[in-house]
Design a protein around this ligand. Sequence first.
Ligand SMILES: CC(C)(COP(=O)(O)OP(=O)(O)OC[C@H]1O[C@@H](n2cnc3c(N)ncnc32)[C@H](O)[C@@H]1OP(=O)(O)O)[C@@H](O)C(=O)NCCC(=O)NCCS
Length: 182
Amino acid sequence: MQDAFKTVEASQVTITELMLPSHSNFSGKIHGGYILSLMDQIAFACASKHSGFYCVTASVHKVDFLNSIDVGELVTLKASVNYVGNSSMVIGIRVESENIRDQYVKHCNSSYFTMVARDENGKSVPIPGLILDSEAKIRRFLRSIKRQEETKIRQEKFKAAKFDVNEAELQILNKYKVKIEL
Ligand SMILES: CC(C)(COP(=O)(O)OP(=O)(O)OC[C@H]1O[C@@H](n2cnc3c(N)ncnc32)[C@H](O)[C@@H]1OP(=O)(O)O)[C@@H](O)C(=O)NCCC(=O)NCCS
């Protein structure tokens, strides 16, 4: 029997990994795709711990690579549940990289993975609620709601079936490097 509500701490996950030459591109920097793969793994671990079910990645918002990562650095990923819906969770992930010799730490990336809990038949299942016991956790939860609302508005506005090119929209394109040939 699962708890109806769980703390954020109960499912927090941290992993640290040494960046090897096999993860790098020709200039000795770590491939972004490799970091994304680690992020997906930790999001899965955190979401599965909170929900008690295997989870799938539904969406990612959004990945800005703020600093490059070099071979030989220690990369640490921290994941925690920021938001829960009925079967979905937003997992906040912070990626930092540390130079072993001088201990200089760079913030490389913060991102939000939406994970959905699925049962053995592949159906979405209800998950435990979240205990919000600090202002930071309330802020993160509300920020997730806001992000979802903004995504919905953007998706509605640009739905192919509804979208009409009008004069105002064409005006916006004036300052971009495009040639309209309708
Ligand atoms: C994501 C997925 C599970 C959603 O399936 P679905 O049939 O739409 O599921 P449901 O309608 O039951 O919705 C389940 C939840 O997912 C959320 N959801 C669905 N698509 C979403 C998306 N693109 N972004 C964020 N949340 C999403 C819904 O809002 C709902 O949340 P709630 O239960 O908390 O209210 C399904 O599209 C899927 O399996 N996608 C592939 C996942 C995968 O393979 N990932 C790895 C990529 S290779």
